[in-house]
Design a protein around this ligand. Structure first.
Ligand code: KIV
Length: 271
């Protein structure tokens, strides 16, 4: 625990050290300057500029529509706010699959134009070549296995992944591949807790879970979900720490009433 309070700047090496020492890693998403500033000052270890911005910020049904330019806009806003956390940026759908040169070019744009510290991409063996080429440029890569939302049209549903033996074994194999080629960490999403625990035990890089139980090296949630800004999305794994939607609604209703009643601004609130 001493490690946590002493960290001035979180690096990929520090995350590794945290795994070795059994200090859990905290990770949340952020997509804009103001929120990133709050969560960085609160002491979050890793900020993910997730492609969940597609849902949360832009209102799309999936993560597929968000573009590299959009991600760069969000990531550069986040980086301007952050002093301590490691900032990881999702490579959006269509910018790395099946073309390792494009994967490298997309990653270089993210690193150059945002000042972020690492990229994240979805998949195992099938994206191995892309991951290796990105790593060859000295760009740290975080993997993402299990429920990978960019493949939603292949899965057809957001249910728990890797319940069946074949898919579970493929996931374990993919985690080893990502570790062997040099990823610094892996997110595993919505898989049985027992399987997640096995992965965290078998591989030596940090495993960050979302809907994957507590026997992993850290946890990630979407900020707007855990703060209760989004309301419709309520999977079993989501703990809401606040009901910000209700609080904002109350504040806005009070403001509307004050304006209508000419209660705002009062004499002290004018020049
Ligand atoms: O985009 C995202 O928010 C993510 C997390 C759910 C891990 O990938």
């Amino acid at each position: 625990m001493a490690l946590q309070s002493n960290i001035k700047v979180v690096t990929t090496h520090i995350l590794n050290e945290m795994k070795l020492r059994g200090v859990k890693i905290s990770m949340l998403t952020a997509y804009d300057y103001s929120m990133a500033r709050i969560i960085d000052q609160a002491g979050i270890d890793v900020i993910l500029v997730g492609d969940s911005a597609s849902n949360v910020m832009a209102g799309f049904q999936s993560t597929l529509p968000i573009t590299l330019d959009h991600m760069i806009y969000h990531a550069s806003s986040v980086v301007r706010a952050v002093n301590r956390a490691l900032v990881v940026v999702d490579l959006p759908f269509g910018t790395y699959q099946g073309n390792s040169k494009e994967a490298l070019a997309s990653s270089i744009r993210i690193m150059k134009e945002t000042g972020a510290h690492a990229v994240k991409l979805e998949g195992g063996e099938e994206v191995k070549e892309s991951v290796m080429r990105i790593l060859s440029a000295g760009i740290p890569v975080m993997g993402h296995l299990g429920l990978t939302p960019q493949s939603i049209h292949k899965f057809g549903t957001y249910v728990v992944r890797a319940r069946e033996k074949d898919e579970a074994e493929k996931l374990v194999k993919d985690a080893h591949i990502l570790e062997d080629i040099g990823c610094f960490a892996i997110v595993i999403e919505k898989i049985p807790a027992k399987l997640a625990a096995r992965v965290a035990k078998e591989v030596h890089i940090p495993i960050i879970g979302i809907g994957a139980g507590h026997e992993v090296d850290g946890q990630v949630l979407v900020l707007h979900d855990m703060l209760g800004i989004t309301q419709k999305f309520s999977p079993r794994f989501l703990r809401r720490y606040h009901n910000l939607s209700e609080e904002i609604t109350g504040a806005v209703k009070n403001y509307i009433a004050d304006v209508k009643n000419v209660d705002f601004p009062n004499d002290k609130e004018q020049y």
